[in-house]
Design a protein around this ligand. Structure first.
Ligand code: OOG
Ligand code: NI
Length: 469
């Protein structure tokens, strides 16, 4: 019997979610059209170099999703469903800390970790989990009611979880099981038509609209699905021309003299979607909620720990410079980018070689087969190998997220400011705790990128017959 492999399940799941979300949120379909037009333009302007950070086939199919769950048990089940598709938890993001106001969640992202698997289909899902025990957000009484509400719901059917475990064990499913698995997995993230308890939803919304979106209903749903574009500035301009209400900025690094680094994201504001409410007197009424939005992103080169430190430091400097500029005149998105780009251009080498030599970004290395040896021997340091033209760097794409941008994306789409009592202390929830919840390795993104770089350097050393670099 032909077996549907895990990557095929992943690719098909991403396609089905995209189809479902497009029907639920028509503006998403517009976003896909505009993204496609942007990518076509970049490809025809730049030719092969447009594919430096991934083939156009990969980029066109590439999406990330965002989902939100309520309990450790739900998180552990999500991990089983994604493991079936070769998606594993990478990174820990504490969004309770990343923003001034209320986002009472901690998150990870499920994604493929192996370069070949990423090339087949890089689908990733940013997954957030509510923290009802955090006293800055929830009183003891509300925590207790919230936890008992969540304990009663069931997001994933037993049949789905059994099929998921089977896919993990056999590294795929036969075609009948695959179809059933995909149907159930997709349905688990469909927006429910069930009536929302108005009073309960409102009570949670006072703490945070994210808390209400997660804990105010008995099901979960895909929050957004994000296509990848090769020129996010162009996309932003085109969306504005279509009069789609975008958030004010593009999050992440600015447009600058050098190559795209890390991740640049922007979104259009949450749309009012029809939902049904149950009122205190039991009456069922039509209403709407604004929780789901459209996001788009441009992916750049993965930054090393050093590169990330530079990014974080520059982010602070940019905020400072923008504040100073704003004291005299309003700062438009354009001016903001100019301020940021100037700082970047001054402080960061603007070429792939420079980023590689200063260990600011991750690359794999390939022996340059055109190099004339002329009797010379390759040096042993990476610097020598690059300078003398023995090897060429190839960028490694950033596959993860940025907590500040994520918080900014959450933030810009909140319908209320919510309430956070900063006099209360936080609960002790960290990556190790999350790993325990998941019951499997929580990968460190840097370790993964390092491993890919290391493997290529070992290969180079063998090919050149040297020890090192
Ligand atoms: C997740 C927000 C974060 C991103 O791309 O940084 C995110 C959410 O809204 O649930 O998706
Ligand atoms: Ni997102």
């Amino acid at each position: 019997m032909p077996i549907t492999q895990q990557w095929e399940l992943r690719a098909e799941f991403a396609r089905r979610l995209s189809h479902m979300y497009g029907k639920e949120v028509p503006a998403y379909t517009t976003l896909l059209e505009v993204s496609q037009a942007v990518n076509d333009t970049v490809l025809s302007n730049l030719g092969a170099s447009a594919e430096r950070l991934g083939s156009i086939a990969r980029v066109t199919a590439e999406r990330h999703g965002a989902i939100r769950v309520g309990t450790p048990q739900e998180m552990a089940q999500v991990a089983r469903v994604f493991a079936a598709m070769g998606m594993y938890p990478v990174g820990f993001y504490d969004l309770r800390e990343a923003a001034a106001s209320s986002v009472p969640v901690v998150s990870t992202a499920f994604r493929p970790t192996d370069p070949d698997e990423l090339a087949r289909n890089p689908f990733r899902v940013f997954t957030s989990m509510l923290v009802p025990s955090d006293r800055r957000f929830f009183s003891a009484d509300l925590q207790q009611r919230l936890e008992s509400f969540l304990a009663k719901r069931k997001l994933f059917t037993t049949e789905l979880l059994v099929l998921a475990d089977r896919a993990t064990e056999y590294r795929g499913l036969n075609s009948g099981d695959a179809e059933m698995f995909l149907t159930l997995a997709t349905a688990a993230f469909k927006l429910s038509t069930e009536a929302v308890d108005r009073a309960w939803y409102r009570e949670l919304e006072e703490v945070s609209s994210v808390a209400a979106d997660i804990g105010g209903v008995t099901s979960t749903h895909i929050n957004h699905l994000t296509p990848r574009v090769l020129d996010i500035d162009d996309l932003y301009a085109r969306m504005e021309r279509r009069r789609i209400d975008m958030i004010d900025t593009i999050q992440g690094p600015p447009r600058w003299a050098g190559p795209d680094l890390l991740l640049r994201q922007t979104s259009f504001r949450a749309l009012a979607e029809p939902r049904v409410f149950r009122e205190a007197d039991g009456a069922v009424e039509k209403g709407s909620l604004r929780v789901r939005f459209g996001e788009v992103e441009a992916r750049g080169i993965a930054a090393t720990v050093r590169g990330r430190e530079v990014y974080d430091r520059l982010t602070v400097e940019i905020e400072q410079a923008v504040r100073e500029a704003a004291a005299t005149a309003p700062v438009s998105a354009e001016v903001r980018n100019e301020i940021a780009a100037e700082l970047w251009n001054q402080q960061v080498p603007a070429t792939e070689q420079g980023l590689a030599l200063h260990d600011l970004a991750y690359f794999t290395y390939r022996v340059d087969t055109d190099k004339q040896r002329n009797g010379t021997m390759p040096g042993r340091s990476l610097q020598d190998l690059i300078d003398q033209g023995w090897v060429r760097p190839e960028p490694i794409v950033y596959e993860d997220f940025l907590p500040k941008s994520a918080a900014g994306i959450f933030q810009s789409n909140l319908t209320s400011d919510g309430h956070k009592d900063t006099t209360q202390s936080t609960t002790d929830i960290d990556a190790a705790w999350m790993e325990g919840v998941l019951g499997r390795t929580l990968h460190n993104p840097y370790t993964l990128y390092d491993g890919i770089r290391r493997a290529s350097l070992d290969h180079v050393a063998t090919q050149l017959g040297i020890r090192g670099p």
